[in-house]
Design a protein around this ligand. Structure first.
Ligand code: RP5
Length: 166
């Protein structure tokens, strides 16, 4: 999974976030885009977090998908230390079910943006899709795969039936 030349970084505050964040990894894998996935905790590994942000651009990382739960400071602090776009995924937390994570990630001060996604699996998958859409601006192959993805999604929705139809 850890590609030699990753273009997307997936980071998270704990390995307990993987259940959610694997949805971003799976999407990137499906599209054949090289990524890396790491635990980089804002609170437990602050020095490593800063190093990750400071070296991301020179390592070829074009977007960072950062997931965290509770006092979810990881996306915001990464965004504070680099200009690589940071896509924040609020991970559901034990007591507040991720509303705390969402508020922690979305309420960035003016001047330090984090693109914030939905709580949980949908957010992780959509963050990956959004990163792919960013890459697709300059990569026709990814753009074509995204068009195919949308077409398949549309066909699936159009084929949906309801019990009333039966
Ligand atoms: C956050 O604390 C992590 O992102 C995780 O969502 C949450 C709980 O971490 P663990 O106690 O499971 O390691 O930093």
């Amino acid at each position: 999974m850890q590609a030699d030349h990753p273009v997307i970084g997936i980071v998270m505050g704990s390995n307990s976030d993987w259940e959610v964040m694997q949805n971003a990894a799976r999407m990137l894998k499906d599209f054949g885009v090289a990524f890396e996935a790491r635990v980089v905790s804002a609170h437990r590994m602050p020095d490593e977090m800063f190093e990750y942000a400071e070296t991301a651009a020179q390592r070829g990382i074009k977007a960072i998908i950062a997931g965290a739960g509770g006092a979810a400071h990881l996306p915001g602090m990464l965004a504070a230390k680099c200009i690589v776009p940071v896509l924040g995924v609020p991970v559901p937390s034990k007591y507040l079910r991720g509303v705390d994570s969402l508020h922690s990630i979305v309420q960035m001060p003016k001047g330090v943006p984090v693109a914030t996604f939905a709580i949980g699996e949908a957010g992780a998958a959509n963050a990956a899709l959004f990163a792919l859409q960013m890459l697709a601006v300059e990569d026709k192959e990814i753009a074509r795969k995204l068009a195919d993805f949308r077409f398949a999604q549309n066909a699936k929705a159009r084929a949906m039936t309801l019990p009333v139809d039966e």
